[in-house]
Design a protein around this ligand. Structure first.
Ligand SMILES: C=C(O[C@@H]1C=C(C(=O)O)C=C[C@H]1O)C(=O)O
Length: 85
């Protein structure tokens, strides 16, 4: 069991690293085109989507929302840092 948990944790880190590579590119585009760091409509759509995927997968939707919000907050922090660099 623990070796599967280790593999899953490694996959999560790799997936997050890929996601942050994409969001860093979005952050650079936003800074270039003078767009705001955060897009609340997109965030709300993503949160709703992830909540319903969580329900389908038998994962607590409140946890899925908390997890995504945690990641998005970090992305916005990166976008603001890119903007003020
Ligand atoms: C990555 C973006 O920037 C922000 C981060 C988001 C995310 O991490 O999913 C979503 C919306 C934005 O607030 C974007 O606008 O697509």
């Amino acid at each position: 069991m623990r070796s599967s948990i280790d593999n899953i944790d490694a996959a999560l880190v790799h997936l997050l690293a890929e996601r942050f590579k994409c969001t860093q590119r979005v952050g650079r585009l936003k800074a270039t085109h003078d767009l705001p760091a955060s897009d609340p409509d997109r965030e709300a759509r993503q949160i709703e989507r992830l909540r319903s995927l969580a329900v389908e997968s038998d994962l607590d939707p409140a946890f899925a929302e908390k997890f995504l919000t945690f990641i998005i907050d970090e992305v916005i922090r990166h976008h603001e840092a890119i903007r003020s660099a």
